[in-house]
Design a binder for this molecule. Sequence first.
Ligand SMILES: *Cc1c(COP(=O)(O)O)cnc(C)c1O
Length: 369
Amino acid sequence: MVKFLDLEKINARHAQQITKAMAGVLSSGWYLKGKETENFEKAFADFIGTKHAIGCGNGLDALTLILMAYIELGVMKPGDEVIVPANTYIASILAISRTGLKPVLVEPNPDTLQIDDNLIEEKITPKTKAIMIVHLYGQNAYSEKVGQLCEKYNLKLIEDNAQAHGAFFKDKRTGSLGDAAGHSFYPGKNLGALGDAGAITTNDDVLAETVRALGNYGSEKKYVFNMRGINSRIDELQAAILNVKLPALDKDNHRRREIAKTYFQGIKNPYIKLPGVSENLDNVFHIFPVFSPLRDQLQNYLKENGIETIIHYPIPPHQQNCYPEWNNLNFSITEKIHSQELSLPISPVMTDLEAATVVEILNKFKPQF
Ligand SMILES: *Cc1c(COP(=O)(O)O)cnc(C)c1O
């Protein structure tokens, strides 16, 4: 049996240190906005390469708080447009619509699976205020062209870095490439907590201050409220756990790249298409997607052979019931990805034998017509 993601095994490597860190929080009597949070925010900002990191409740809130802050600062107003890839996880889009902004969907490049930077400019209107790139599946989505468009049209560049902690564009980490980035530490992400947690990174002092206040009811000074905020903070327990796990992230990502290499070199089957993504440092392989017109049959075959897979994602955002206004739109590249994608097991605790087994079984797949 090859598990898709063995979270117990991932965290067991740190069991002693995590237990100790949790005991430290328990006996401190201090559970929010304390030393662990401060240490994590500093360590994470250093890791990403930004001046600020602000902890918050989860990845969706991280993106929401960035947009709320830009609205608070007068950079955007409800009804303004934010460009976002059509094939992203729903949370990127929810962050935009829940702040009263309008998500404008752009198709991805079918090879890299990232937002197609050739299709962005035609979607820019006088109402466009930002481009939200999503480093989907762990692959950097930034390009110089995206940076130039932001400059040309005076747009904010927001990164959804939930799936790509540790990835690079040239010598800079994703999460440090734009004006602000949202991160998720959901347990299954490359850097995962033991529950929900998130962070915002930015070099912008005013934005950082505003985001921090907005996540704390809109308060900069206790019991004084100059903005209408939310409650979204990282707790000391999750920060303490992330302080234990962050130093292992680069090594973990290296291991993910090794597994990916085994897949790239080994998988040879006419019914399975490999992703056209990078094998270099700009990919941390949060997910290893393969594509097949016989996806559902392939998934069943793998299951029968003891290999667990997941589909990322079965229904594209524009076909979801929560966005009925988009249900009749056509995003053919996105739809094809959603109908053919299958995510293979990949994680830092996968063994060489497990990866080889996945390759061997995939190569024996023959469709039944
Ligand atoms: C996981 C994820 C989020 C949301 O993060 P949560 O912590 O689960 O709220 C946002 N965007 C992307 C691309 C994600 O994968």
